[in-house]
Ligand binder design. Structure first.
Ligand code: IPM
Length: 510
């Protein structure tokens, strides 16, 4: 073998490996490292050419590449395998486990039963415990759940416990964050290429960071708590290609309602949903979270968006840990591909009682509503409130129905009071909400998204009709079994608050 042929094989293997793993990862720490290697390789290649007297095409033998989707690659790496296929069952090493006040006590109970009363968790720095669901209530069982979390975190010296003790004023609890999925992102627990499991179905939210993130039950979580591992079946991947300029009256909520309406609530059962395309690339991290958050409403195992400049910029001041982004290979196999021209979409709602009961907002213009709810992991982030404020600002009028605002986290609450709304002459969301006659922003938590104890703020204790930025509209979801919930974007929710009817936000945005 000549020097030139051995070097060309070498560089070909290198190129094959790099091609998919590092495409587009211009800002990641790993990328910087690899760029240096690539530069050295290239120099090496040029030198080699100089010493050969003839050129020949690179050898095609020796390396057979197994094309994989990004979900497959993340799970292959986490299970120490070079490749995996959909349907394989693999033992996955978990990067982080999250639990909250609803499922944490059950998870802890299983951990203690199976591993022993005095057992220690597998890694005190990889378990994140976030009280967020039933917090601002006098319900004793709900309060006791938070106490159980606190005792366990003390006993195990858990590093990340976002505790709340003073229920009278959430601001007196500097550690308290609020809704777990938003807190995980804000506190720097989400990183490309990693595996995050949580005892909550909307854990898929973190797929926005190009990581594998999914919800698990308490039994599995108890096992992960003790071992840091879980047996997972590799899901096949469905690819959603979103192209076209996003109209100014649409938000990511409209995109995901479009997709769920198309494939139904069981259309992605135990499948990964990968979102790509020029529209996805223009979405902010919070909007990407909205997209991934609701994949579980289609039955999806996880949602995932390739990490890019937007991801790395978001992460810059949040994590110092090295991470390795993964990208689907060009030849990866997708079980389904759905292309959407986003420029042609209109504002949507999901009518009662299913997230796939899609309709155009304008088709529901005669539906009278009793209230509007803006909040939750899906629709209670800073940008969701900025969007609602924009509609109120443009209209200059007052809401016609009670409008409840529940920030997802303490940080979102502060943003509502501090960030100037673009084009509002320095006014904050809170000022605009007050002028529009909305309720005062509530204490951050999951609130009435899933009903909760009867004294939960904004819970539907009677059969009301509500337009909500949340994720589920099953019977009884926000309280009363006869209640009717129209899922919508923050634009549509705010527009509906102004008219007292389900309203297309274009009426206020053009
Ligand atoms: C309480 C929890 C188990 C549940 C979930 O997993 O999704 C809740 O967060 C929800 O949104 O319905």
């Amino acid at each position: 073998m000549t020097l030139s042929s051995s070097l060309s094989i070498c560089s070909r293997i290198f190129d094959d490996k790099m091609e998919s793993t590092f495409l587009g990862s211009f800002y990641s720490p790993i990328y910087k490292q690899v760029r240096r290697q690539t530069a050295q390789r290239r120099v090496y290649k040029v030198d080699a050419m100089a010493v050969t007297t003839h050129s020949r095409p690179p050898s095609t033998t020796g390396s057979v590449k197994h094309a994989m989707t990004m979900t497959e690659k993340i799970l292959a790496k986490a299970s120490n395998k070079t490749s995996v296929d959909p349907g394989d069952n693999v033992w996955v090493n978990i990067d982080n486990l999250m639990t909250h006040d609803v499922c944490g006590p059950g998870t802890i109970g299983i951990f203690k039963k199976e591993f022993g009363e005095n057992a220690k968790v597998w890694d005190r720095e990889k378990i994140i415990i976030i009280p967020d669901h039933y917090i601002f209530t006098s319900d004793e069982r709900a309060n006791r759940n938070v106490d159980i979390l606190r005792d366990f975190c003390l006993e195990q010296d858990i590093k990340y416990f976002y505790d709340i003790k003073d229920l009278g004023d959430f601001r007196a609890n500097p550690d308290y964050k609020g809704v777990c999925h938003v807190a995980l992102a804000q506190e720097g627990h989400c990183r490309p290429g990693e595996v995050l499991l949580g005892t909550d179905s909307h854990t898929c939210n973190a797929g926005a960071f190009g990581q594998f993130a999914t919800g698990i039950g308490n039994t599995d979580a108890g096992f992960v708590m003790g071992t840091g591992k879980l047996l997972l079946k590799i899901p096949p991947t469905m690819r959603f290609v979103l192209d076209g300029e996003m109209p100014s009256f649409l938000l990511a909520k409209d995109l995901i309602l479009q997709i769920i309406g198309e494939i139904t609530v069981s259309g992605a059962t135990y499948r990964s949903m990968e979102f790509v395309g020029s529209t996805v690339e223009t979405l902010s991290m919070e909007e990407r979270m909205t997209l991934c958050n609701m994949v579980v409403e289609a039955g999806g195992k996880n949602g995932v968006i390739p990490a890019d400049k937007t991801t790395y910029e978001y992460l810059e001041d949040k994590t110092s840990k090295l991470f390795e982004p993964m990208y689907s290979d060009a030849q990866a196999r997708f079980v389904y591909e759905y292309k959407i021209d986003v420029s042609k979409l209109e504002p949507l709602v999901a009518k009662p009682h299913s997230p796939d009961n899609r309709a155009l907002a304008r088709e529901c213009k005669d539906v009278k509503i009793d209230r509007v709810y803006i909040g939750s992991c899906t629709g209670g982030k800073t940008e969701d409130f900025l969007a609602a404020a924009k509609v109120f600002l443009n209209s200059g009028s007052k809401v016609k129905v009670p409008t409840f605002l529940v920030p997802a986290t303490q940080k979102v609450w502060m943003d509502i009071y501090a960030l100037p709304v673009p084009g509002a002459g320095g006014k904050t969301c809170s000022q605009i909400f007050e002028e529009a006659g909305c309720d005062v922003p509530a204490s951050p938590s999951c609130g009435a998204c899933l009903g909760g104890p009867r004294d939960t703020y904004a819970r539907m204790n009677e059969p009301k009709v509500c337009v909500s930025t949340t994720n589920r509209n099953f019977p009884g979801r926000m309280g009363d079994k006869e209640g009717q919930i129209y899922l919508a974007s923050p634009y549509t929710a705010a527009a509906s608050a102004l008219t007292g009817l389900v309203t297309d936000p274009r009426d206020f945005l053009q």
